[in-house]
Design a protein around this ligand. Structure first.
Ligand SMILES: Nc1ncnc2c1ncn2[C@@H]1O[C@H](COP(=O)(O)OP(=O)(O)OP(=O)(O)O)[C@@H](O)[C@H]1O
Ligand SMILES: Nc1ccn([C@H]2C[C@H](O)[C@@H](COP(=O)(O)O)O2)c(=O)n1
Ligand SMILES: [Mg+2]
Length: 207
């Protein structure tokens, strides 16, 4: 048995010897997090968990939190950590994997501190897709996936929340040397070339 210090907590918060590898995938709305995570999953042995997708699925499921989540997403606000972390823990457990790309989380200091406290997990590193607002706005307005928050009013609110609440989390991890900043204002292929270099050959899927 290893020491308790070396142990993590499992997705339910119990101490375990298993050490999940978590990469937080952060960046402004429309910076390309989901697009690049799909490419990473195709090439590396990771499970992609998008906090936004999990919250949208929760709305669709008719859960008692659905209306609250829907209203918060419409306003570009961050849903309380307790709700999002429970969804992440459940998805981690159900995946059967131990390597995760957690996309769009932590979005604020409350998300960050609560996840660390509840799961005991520290990210291996943080991918930060850095993209100018004008480019992100262009991408979101032409995304065409029927998202209720892809309208100019909500997009502006999401940009404000990103600057005020999410950037401080990126700065927190940057001070710990964990941030891998990527210029996301390039083509999908160019961005992925940089991403591939960060993951390296170790976790690459066999052909
Ligand atoms: N490098 C790129 N160049 C041009 N368009 C891109 C690029 N990456 C993603 N896109 C497009 O921009 C839109 C937003 O991308 P994506 O959904 O991956 O962003 P996101 O960071 O996950 O956004 P959100 O935070 O809103 O979920 C999509 O329509 C996607 O196809
Ligand atoms: N940690 C999170 C992640 C997302 N949300 C809500 C608020 C976001 O504007 C929305 C969409 O997320 P995205 O798909 O853009 O990553 O979901 C949240 O409250 N907390
Ligand atoms: Mg996304």
């Amino acid at each position: 048995m290893g020491s308790v210090e070396a142990a993590n907590k499992d997705a339910n918060g119990s101490l375990t010897e298993k050490n999940p590898t978590v990469v937080f995938v952060l960046g402004g709305p429309g910076s390309g997090k989901g697009t690049q995570c799909a490419n990473i999953v195709d090439n590396f042995q990771y499970t992609h968990l998008s906090a936004g997708d999990l919250l949208r699925a929760e709305i669709k499921s008719g859960s008692e939190n659905g209306t609250m989540i829907q209203n918060m997403i419409k306003e570009g606000k961050i849903v309380p950590s307790e709700v999002t972390i429970k969804l992440l823990q459940k998805a981690m457990k159900e995946s059967g994997n131990d390597k995760f790309l957690i996309d769009g989380f932590p979005r604020n200091e409350e998300n960050r501190a609560a996840f660390e406290k509840v799961t005991g997990i520290e990210p291996a590193f943080v991918l930060f897709f850095d993209c100018p607002e004008e480019e992100m706005e262009r991408r979101l307005l032409s995304r065409n996936q029927g998202r209720e928050d892809d309208n100019i009013e909500t997009i502006r609110k999401r940009f404000k929340v990103f600057l005020e609440s999410s950037l401080p989390v990126i700065n927190y991890y940057d001070a710990k040397g964990k941030v891998r900043k990527i210029n996301a204002a390039r083509s999908v292929e160019e961005v992925f070339e940089t991403v591939k270099g960060i993951f390296g050959p170790k976790n690459e899927k066999a052909e």
